[in-house]
Design a binder for this molecule. Structure first.
Ligand code: PMP
Length: 413
């Protein structure tokens, strides 16, 4: 195969351009799981699969009111190309938001991106040559791994437990990879309320991991979309709060406001930040001026801290609904208990295969994401990610009940 991917990976070899695709597209194949998700978006299916924020909880006049004021007061700028770094007014607000997680920075350090997903792409583009290694928690965020693979990085997982990534496992993995003569470029981590595991890295481990990475010249890519969405007490401060030179921090408005704006940001050490801006310009010229002005207006005029509290309350109630339904209907499983974010990671009895079971679940009108999606190495066969962010507590309960029918049916086989 000249382009390094097999017909089955690409989904079809009827594509007349098949032989022309670049090698890096090998990981860009629509999986069968994706096809099932199309079915799972029907209203009668309880989807515990996606990670969609519950944007209906936002004030109804939010967009209309902000739109009118932005157009009246700043229309020409909002409709124009802008700076590749993002508008300064928004970057000022971003400093206030990051201060809530202990981060001190200057307006010049912030680069606005098209969601943090695009920041992941830009950072990967800056650092990865084919064959370079990215370390990531096992399990890790599926679409980050798609990006890493699309630049032909090799993802090596590091073991985690209910307190997050295990420092000793990180040391061992680094030693192994180095002994093989491979180059590690960065550690990708979601320290607070991780996607998909829902666990949080302790403060002591954060410090130890920073130390290990510093000693090994490995950058830390700290992805933090959920840190402000805690349920009881805040998570430990961001890793970037204690280490400026070795950490690229990623934030986003997708979970604390709305993903439709597609606005996130990267906070990077000086030299990297300059390259990030150039890469951002090369990719999109400038992040959406319109979205940035809309968000700035929202932050200037709305009680955004109160809105985050509202989201916390909603997600806490949904997490509780999922935990009590799991207790009631699926006591034979084990699961993580997240103190924030969107996700619970469940472990099925050893002999069950969550991916093979998914078509059956969809027939029972419930969907989840199979664990294998979150590993680059085929692990996670008997795991599943259950999202509690979108369905109401009643639907969550019904979804878990339906899931128990499927799982109990499989156990009887
Ligand atoms: N990182 C993580 C861990 C995520 O869960 C998500 C969204 N699901 C993203 C990044 C991307 O978010 P966005 O591009 O909307 O900011």
């Amino acid at each position: 195969m000249s382009n390094g991917h097999s017909p089955s990976e690409s989904g079809t070899n009827l594509d007349p351009w098949y032989d022309l695709y670049a090698d890096r597209t090998a990981g860009l194949s629509a999986s069968e799981v994706r096809a099932l998700f199309a079915v799972a978006s029907r209203p009668e299916v309880v989807s515990l699969a996606g990670g969609m924020p519950f944007v209906s909880a936002l004030p109804t006049d939010l967009v209309g009111g902000a739109f009118e004021r932005v157009m009246r007061e700043e229309g020409p700028q909002a409709l124009q190309y802008g700076s590749g770094q993002g508008i300064p007014q928004l970057r000022e607000h971003i400093l206030d938001i990051m201060a809530l997680e202990g981060i001190r920075a200057s307006v010049d350090d912030v680069v606005v991106t098209t969601g943090s997903q695009h920041a992941l792409e830009l950072v990967t583009k800056l650092f990865i040559n084919p064959g370079d290694v990215v370390l990531a928690e096992g399990p890790s965020y599926v679409t980050a791994m798609v990006v890493f693979k699309s630049f032909q990085a090799e993802v090596e997982h590091v073991l985690m437990d209910e307190h997050g990534l295990i420092p000793e496992a990180l040391r061992q993995r680094i030693a192994e990879v180095k002994a093989q003569g491979r180059t590690i470029k960065f550690l990708y981590t979601i320290p607070s309320f991780s996607n998909p595991a829902g666990v949080t890295l302790t403060w002591e481990r954060r410090l130890e991991i920073l130390e290990i990475c510093r000693a090994n010249d490995i950058l830390v890519l700290e992805d933090d979309p959920y840190g402000l969405l805690y349920f009881d007490s805040p998570p430990p401060q961001a890793m970037r709060s204690v280490e400026e030179e070795g950490v690229i921090y990623l934030g986003t408005f997708s979970k604390t406001l709305a993903p439709g704006f597609r606005v996130g940001w990267a906070l990077a050490p000086h030299a990297i930040r300059e390259k990030l801006i150039l890469a951002n310009e090369a990719a999109v010229l400038s992040p959406s001026s319109f979205s940035q002005y809309m968000i700035t207006e929202y932050l200037n005029t709305a009680d955004w801290r109160g809105q985050i509290d509202t989201f916390r309350g909603i997600y806490r109630e949904r997490r509780d609904a999922m935990l009590s339904a799991l207790d009631e209907y699926l006591p034979q499983l084990s699961w993580t208990v997240p103190n924030g974010g969107f996700y619970i990671w469940a472990t099925l009895p050893d002999h069950l295969d969550s991916k093979a079971m998914l078509p059956r679940a969809v027939r029972e009108l419930v969907a989840y994401t199979p664990g294998t999606a979150f590993y680059a190495d085929g692990n996670g066969r008997n795991n599943m990610r259950l999202s509690f962010c979108y369905p109401t507590p009643e639907f969550i309960r019904e979804g878990i009940r339906r899931l128990s029918v499927v799982i109990n049916g499989e156990m009887d086989l």
